[in-house]
Design a binder for this molecule. Structure first.
Ligand SMILES: O=C(O)CCC(=O)C(=O)O
Length: 261
């Protein structure tokens, strides 16, 4: 089975949700025109890191975002890994992903578990507590957000549910982009899974973002690198590779969780 995956490498307009919504609609439509099965958006795609303005910008219970993603998914008949947006859930702010299938149904959601202190997330946001694994386009998958990439123990815990594709929406600053690439490859190799990692480009008041959204295969090879410009980039993921890699070196079967304390 093969899946065409679209990486929506967006230049996010700081604190301007309407402009970003328009761009995302265009990107999803473009991905559908290219017959992609799944389109993936970056972290905080509707506002960027405008954390000091969450009272005005956070989406209440994620309602607006879900409505939008559900409509574009159904209109374009494409599955969406909805990056993330700031949400306001009963007065607490979260960094939240919605996973929406091509029938226009939100099938799961994820609140970022590891908050990134260097970008003040810990001052403004509440950390999620739950894993997010799901079947999308017929493939067992899981999603994380950005800084979660540095926590192999968390990724492994979730990947143990059988995930073959691990999605990482991100806003990963340019100055650490070489670490981004290596971490994506490491998570792919150790979990013998495809990693689809989508970063933004452009600037916010504090950071420059250089994109390099990538897909790594289960051996850690980079299949696609979206470079440093705003674009939708495509990669084909061949799921038969999973069995071929996990067969001879069955790391999930050979784990010794009783020793991992
Ligand atoms: O870990 C990093 O270097 C970047 C993480 C990050 O930017 C985030 O989680 O938003």
């Amino acid at each position: 089975m093969k899946l065409k995956v679209a990486l929506g490498q967006l230049d996010i307009e700081y604190a301007q949700p309407e402009k970003n919504v328009a761009k995302v609609k265009r990107m999803v439509a473009e991905a559908a025109t290219h017959n992609a099965d799944v389109v993936v958006l970056p972290e905080m795609w509707n506002t960027g890191y405008a954390l000091s303005r969450l009272d005005e910008l956070a989406d209440i219970a994620g309602q607006k975002t879900r409505k939008l993603l559900e409509k574009v998914a159904a209109d374009c008949k494409i599955d969406i890994v909805g990056g993330s947006v700031a949400t306001n859930k009963e007065g607490q702010y979260f960094n939240t992903t919605y996973i929406v299938d091509r029938t226009g149904k939100t099938i799961s959601s994820y609140d970022k578990v590891h908050l990134f202190g260097l970008m003040s997330e810990d001052q403004y946001l509440t950390a999620g507590e739950k894993e997010n694994y799901f079947t999308l386009a017929g493939v067992p998958s899981a999603s994380f957000i950005c800084y979660d990439l540095r926590f192999p123990e968390w990724v492994r815990t979730v990947a143990c549910h059988g995930s073959e594709i691990l999605y990482f929406p991100a806003e990963w600053p340019a100055e650490r982009i070489s670490q981004w690439k290596r971490l994506v490859q490491a998570r792919a190799i150790e979990n013998q899974a495809f990693v689809v990692a989508v970063n933004r480009v452009g600037d916010d008041p504090d950071n420059h973002f250089s994109g390099h959204s990538i897909i790594a295969d289960p051996l850690g090879n980079i299949l696609v690198d979206a470079g440093e410009v705003e674009q939708v980039c495509y990669g084909v993921v061949d799921l038969t590779q999973i069995k071929a890699v996990r067969g001879p070196i069955p790391v999930f079967k050979d784990r010794r969780p009783a020793l991992y304390r």
